[in-house]
Structures are given as structure tokens and as C-alpha cells.
Design a binder for this molecule. Sequence first.
Ligand code: 6R9
Length: 655
Amino acid sequence: MTMDTIDRADASAIAGHSARTPHVTAESYRELYAASVADPEAFWAEQAQRLEWSTPFTKVKNTDFTLGQVSIKWFEDGQLNVAANCIDRHLETRADQTAIIFEPDDPATEAQHITYRELHRSVCRMANIMEDLGVRKGDRVVIYLPMIPEAAYAMLACARIGAIHSIVFAGFSPDALASRINGCDAKLVITADHAPRGGRKTPLKANTDAALLHCKDSVKLLMVRRTGEQTSWIDGRDFDYNELALEADDHSEPVPVDAEHPLFVLYTSGSTGQPKGVVHSTGGYLLFAAMTHEMVFDYHEGDVYWCTADVGWVTGHSYIVYGPLANGATTLMFEGVPTWPDAGRFWQVCEKHKVNQFYTAPTAIRALMGQGKEWVEKYDLSSLRILGTVGEPINPEAWNWYNEVVGGSRCPIVDTWWQTETGGHLLTPLPGAIDTKPGSATLPFFGVQPVVLDPHTGEEIHETECEGVLCIKDSWPAQMRTVWGDHDRFEKTYFSDYKGYYFSGDGCRRDADGYYWITGRVDDVINVSGHRMGTAEVESALVAHAKVAEAAVVGYPHPIKGQGIYCYVTLMNGVEPSDELCKELEKWVRTEIGPIAKPDLIQWAPGLPKTRSGKIMRRILRKIAEDDFGALGDTSTLAEPAVVDDLIDNRMNRA
Ligand code: 6R9
């Protein structure tokens, strides 16, 4: 990478635009970073003062990455409450400031501005309702809601009483919901009647009814009225939030919990088996979410900040709710989609609410880029100061479009690399401090020590320019603590392949300037429109169909989604392939997992390439799906080489 492709971090440009000085400069980044890794205890002890502790901590860091005894604790003898930090402590100075702007799906419906005072009341009411329904400190509550303010109320109400929430994305199926309710043994599910999105409606209450057929009878359901339409009702099990909120006391004392008390569990896909319940802590998580939100988005008092993610994903947890509210920010919650009623929707919302920081995913940028710049140019985007991206590698073409067309070449772009497991940004530019290069997540955030390992030897590569697997050498406060109910799986997944390191599952390249370029997953996880999916999950859904004998699923390059889902399907003896069956299987996977898992391409495979020991050779299947079968690599261990020729001849993704 040559210097001329560098986009200079121009502190004066940001400052000039907003009459503000960025939080971090090039010099202070270098100094602070060096200090943060030289003496993490001192660095984080000082940073932790940005939170309000009900019992101050005396211990800072107590972490061990040794396989067999992995343990991660930060601020372990301190106590605090997340809701008190995100709401109560702001009341003295900003009770009348907007905490949440709610922009509904339908642009004809008015937006809501919820002040910190109102947020406080609503969260207290929700906390009291939950307590009346029997939820206690440490209990799990599943949240299955649209992007409405009640989703934030529910999260913060759990935090207020020390309950642990687990959000399930509203696009997931009843089966996926049931497995998560059962996985964390939840006492209560909070849902809505319907979820309006992009002019359509998802019947969340009906989905929850279907899910609860597979759960314990004792699980209760609290329903928020979003559309007000009729739903089924089971007396004694179902409770009406809107009715109960009229009566509920709007005072509730926040319960101080240990810094290590779990704040939430969030299920995410891995390369094998069922999704894992990623457990995040209270103190370290909140500190890191708040600090990264402030520095990465160069957030200043009075800014309007918008992250377009869904609260069902980790990005929504850290960067719609916890980080911004801990900083006393105004955070925008958007219920809709980028392309409805038209491709100008994002920019119309930016203009309407004078958004200063805008944070979205490459898949949305690519989709909007395809619609043409006229949609962007219709709106006044002069309020924008910082543009962020997250979820997958961003191709330089999309980066440049985002920079020039959306940002008018005056807004620094922060390409933030992180994961559900990391809780917050690990590799990211800091506006005003770190020069950017299109497609690179640049350099580590404070306290984060990335290393590149040789995948074959497991040794750290010390040369600056190199390529390998991305691991992290030491702990950071928002690191996940365990897999819910399965600490062994936690150790095995993240600490066993490369001893002594946290293994991210991503490959990366480091250039001569020490910049990191994420090359994508090195395991069987695919990234479809920024959503993580285990190929194993789609495979097990396919083979659960009566007509399917075997299935193998891989990713392939997709112009908008980043990766598409390519399925090789072997049918049961005697079953004939047909277009109808193809449609039936697509629909089947949609209902088993959810619309985001719908196969893009299904190829009928009379046989799958296997080793003599019966292992499917995914490497070969990936190459065929990528239409790159000229370089299949070593095929000498194939049991039946002829099946490969058939798959190549009938491949779906011809260039
Ligand atoms: C926050 C989030 C994590 C995986 C991660 C990586 C990919 C995320 C990225 C990126 C390149 C970026 N990823 N951000 N790849 N550049 N800026 O997305 O969490 O859903 O757990 O996904 O997403 O492959 O390992 P999660």
C-alpha cells in the first residue's frame, strides 16, 4: 500500500467543521497506546473513573489465557449498576435532553424524542413490571422486540434489577427463539404484537406462541403493543405491557451488582453446532463500550449519533444502547430499512434529525451505492461529521463512495473491526488521530494487542508485513467471559488452537505501516450482509428436511451481501430434483432459522467430495462455489474424484 492512498486524518478539518477539538490526536494516540499496553492496570484504573461505582474496585485486572484455566476478571471487587450509569447519573445535568430519538418504520409517522427523565421513568416502570412477574437478580429474560424504545427500556430494566437479558433478533424463527429461551433457561420473554419493518409486518406474538410450545410452562410472556392489532392471548401466561405500565410505579432503586455480574447473553454462530451464548460482564463491558463510543466516533456533548444496527446484534447492544447512553448522548433508534419507502430513507433521516455520527454496515452501503448517488444528493447531509462501518470487510469501491458521496470527502471514516465476543471495537481508526486507508481497519484501540500468527506453526510473526490468523495477546475489559453454561466450549473455541492467545477466527494481513486488513473468516462461519452464520446451522436445517440425505454449505462472493449462501444438496434415493423442491428447501430454511439464512444458490449434488475417512472437503466446495475450480489444490485424498467433475459441470455460480 503506497502513501498516496492514505486518507490523512485531518484534525483541523473535523475541528473546523464542528468547532471542537477531537478527543485523540496523532501524538496522544501513540503515547496513550504505549501507556495502555505498558501498564494496563494503571491505564484501565484511570479510564474506569468514567463510570460511577457504588463500591470502588481495588483490583483492576485478573486474567489468564492458559488453556484449562482460562479466567477473565476486571474490577472484580467493585460494584455498579449499568442503568444508574446510563440514566440516573445524567438526571442532574441533562434530564430534559433527548436520550433516544425513535424514528418509526413509516416516515409518515412522527418521530419520538425521549428525554433522560422520560427514559428513567419508563425503565423504572418496566423494572417494576418485571419484578411483579417474578424476575429477580440473576434471572434471564429473553427480549424479542422490534427496534422500538421499549427494547432499550427492557434492556436497561434488566440491568437495573440485575437480571440478565438475551436479545433474539426479531427476524429469527420460532425454533431459533425457542432454542435460545431454553438455552439460557429464561423466566420471561418480552415481545410485541407485530414488528413493522420495510412496510411489512412480522407476527412476533404468534412466533413467540409457537416457540413457547417447546419451552417450560412456567415461562411468562410480556407483550408490548406496537401495531395494536388483535393477537391470541393465554390468561395467566401473557401480560400486557401497555396496561401494566399505566399502573406501575415509576420509581425503582438500581441494584448494585459485582463488576463481573453478567449483563447479557447473546447467542452467536460458531463453526460447529448450536449457536453459543456469549456472556458479557457489567463493569468491563460498560467501560469499554462507553470509551470506544466516545473516542471512535469522536462523540461530543450535544451530538446526534445514529447507529443503524438492530439491537438483536452486538452492535446494537454496545453502540445504540450502552455506549451512547453511558456517555449521556442522544442516540437514534431506527425501526425501518435502508430501501423503504425508497433508497433515500437513511439520508432523509440524517437530514431530518441533523445526525452527526452515522454508523452502518458495508452491505447497506453497497446496496445503496447500486441505487445511484441521486438518492444521497437529494438531502442536506452537512450535519454529518464521522462515518462508521462494521460487520464485514468493506471493499475500497464502497469505502470511496461512502467517503465521497455520503461524506462529501470531509468526514473521517472509521472502519471498526470487532466481534460479538469482543464487546467493542478492537481495531479501528480514531478520527483526527489515525490516517485511514480504504478497506483497512487500521490500528488497535487502546489496550488491545493484536498479533498475527502463522496458521501452520502457531508462532507469532514479528515482521511488520505479513499475513496469517488474527489473535489477541492479552485481555481487554469487554472481552466475553464465558459461553453460557459451557466454559469448556469457551476455552476450546477461543484458546485451544493457538495456546496463550485469544483466537478471533479471522485471517488478516499487516502492511508495511503496521495497518491491519481483515481478510475474512478462516473457519466455517460465513458473513451474509454482516450477519454471522455457521454453515453447520444451515446444513442441519437442510438435512432435517425429509427429502434431503446430505448437505454441505459454503459462502461465495456476493456483490451486495458480501457473501451468499451456496448449498450442495444430495437428495434421498428416489427423490427427483425440481425447481419446486428448490423453492421448498429455500422456504424450509427460512422457517427453520429465519429469512437471513435463505439459501442463495442450491446445487443438486449426486455426491459430495469426501476424504477416505468420510470428511467433506469443504475447501473444494468453496472453490467451486467461488467459480475458481482451476485451483482446487491437493485432491489426492479424495475418495471418489469423479464427484468433483460433476459438481464443476453443474456449478451454479458461473462467471
Ligand atoms: C461487530 C460484529 C464478527 C465478524 C468478525 C469479522 C467480521 C466485523 C469487521 C469485520 C472486516 C470489519 N467483521 N467487523 N470484518 N472488517 N470492520 O460484526 O460482530 O456479528 O460477531 O461478527 O464479522 O469476520 O469475526 P459479529
